[in-house]
Write a protein that binds this ligand. Structure first.
Ligand SMILES: CCCCCCCC/C=C\CCCCCCCC(=O)SCCNC(=O)CCNC(=O)[C@H](O)C(C)(C)COP(=O)(O)OP(=O)(O)OC[C@H]1O[C@@H](n2cnc3c(N)ncnc32)[C@H](O)[C@@H]1OP(=O)(O)O
Length: 203
C-alpha cells in the first residue's frame, strides 16, 4: 500500500527510517510472517524441524540484542500492513478520516483457533483500526480503555474480510467507537470500544 498522508498520524518518529530502510525492514517482517505461517501449517520431520529451528535461531542472532524501543521500527511503519508488527494480523487501512475508517485483512492459520479465526486475534484488528481512528486527523493521543466483542459467526482463514469503524460520540476525553468485520456484506464480528485521551501525548 502506498503512503497516504491521511493514514499517517504524523508522529515525529515517521522520519526515523529512510525509504530504503523501511522497504528492507518490511521485507524482513513479511518473511517473519511467512515463517510463522509455515511453522503453523507444517508437520515437519524431526530433522527438518531441527534444521528450521537452527536457521531461525541464526536469524535472531544476526539481528542481535536490538535497539531501545524509541528507535525500533516494528509497530511504527504506519503505512505498512499491521504497522510492520508481526503480532498484528496484516490489516490494510485503506481509508481513515476524522470519523470513520475502512480496511481489509486476510487471516491465516497462524491466527486460527479451530478452523476459524481465534477469538483473541480479532480484537487485535479492532484495536488497531479503532486506535488509528481515535488518534488520527489531529486528535490527541488516546488509549484503549474498554472493548466489547460480539462473535456473531466464525471468521474464515485465507479469505479477505472488510473492517469498518466509526466514532459514535465524544464526551470530553472519552471517544466511543464501534467497528465490525464483514464478509460479503454479512457482519461476522462486532466491537464497541472506549478510547480515553491521555493527559500527556507521547508523540
Ligand atoms: C514514542 C513512541 C510514540 C508512538 C506511540 C505509538 C502507539 C500507537 C498508537 C496509535 C496507533 C494505532 C495503533 C493501535 C493503538 C492501540 C491502542 C492501545 O492498545 S493502548 C494499550 C491498551 N490500553 C492501555 O494500556 C490503557 C490502560 N489504561 C490507562 O492508561 C488509563 O486507565 C486511561 C488512560 C484509559 C484512563 O486513565 P485516566 O487517568 O486518563 O482517566 P480516568 O479518570 O481514569 O478516566 C477518564 C474517563 O474515562 C472513564 N473510563 C476509564 N476507563 C474506563 C473503562 N475501562 N470503562 C469505562 N469507562 C472508563 C472514566 O470513568 C472517566 O469517565 P468520566 O470522565 O468520569 O465520565
Amino acid at each position: 500500500m502506498s503512503a497516504d498522508s491521511r493514514l499517517l498520524p504524523s508522529y515525529a518518529d515517521l522520519s526515523i527510517a529512510s525509504p530504503a530502510e523501511r522497504r528492507s525492514f518490511n521485507a524482513l517482517v513479511d518473511a517473519l510472517r511467512d515463517a510463522q505461517e509455515a511453522v503453523t501449517r507444517s508437520r515437519p520431520s524431526e530433522s527438518a524441524a531441527r534444521r528450521a529451528a537452527a536457521l531461525l535461531s541464526e536469524a535472531a542472532e544476526l539481528l542481535g540484542e536490538g535497539v531501545p524501543d524509541s528507535e525500533q521500527l516494528a509497530g511504527r511503519l504506519w503505512d505498512e500492513p499491521g504497522r510492520a508488527q508481526a503480532l498484528a494480523p496484516p490489516l490494510y487501512i485503506d481509508d481513515v478520516d476524522g470519523t470513520s475508517a475502512r480496511g481489509r485483512v486476510t487471516f491465516s492459520r497462524f491466527h486460527a483457533g479451530v478452523r476459524t479465526v481465534h477469538g483473541g486475534a480479532l480484537p487485535l484488528v479492532f484495536d488497531e483500526i479503532m486506535g488509528r481512528l481515535a488518534t488520527t486527523s489531529g486528535k490527541p493521543f488516546a488509549r484503549t480503555a474498554h472493548l466489547t466483542i460480539d462473535y456473531r459467526a466464525g471468521v474464515p482463514v485465507d479469505t479477505e474480510v472488510e473492517v469498518f469503524a466509526r466514532v459514535k460520540r465524544v464526551e470530553g476525553r472519552k471517544l466511543f467507537l464501534s467497528s465490525e468485520l464483514c464478509l460479503d456484506g454479512t457482519v461476522l464480528t462486532e466491537c464497541q470500544g472506549l478510547w480515553v485521551q491521555i493527559r500527556e501525548d507521547p508523540r
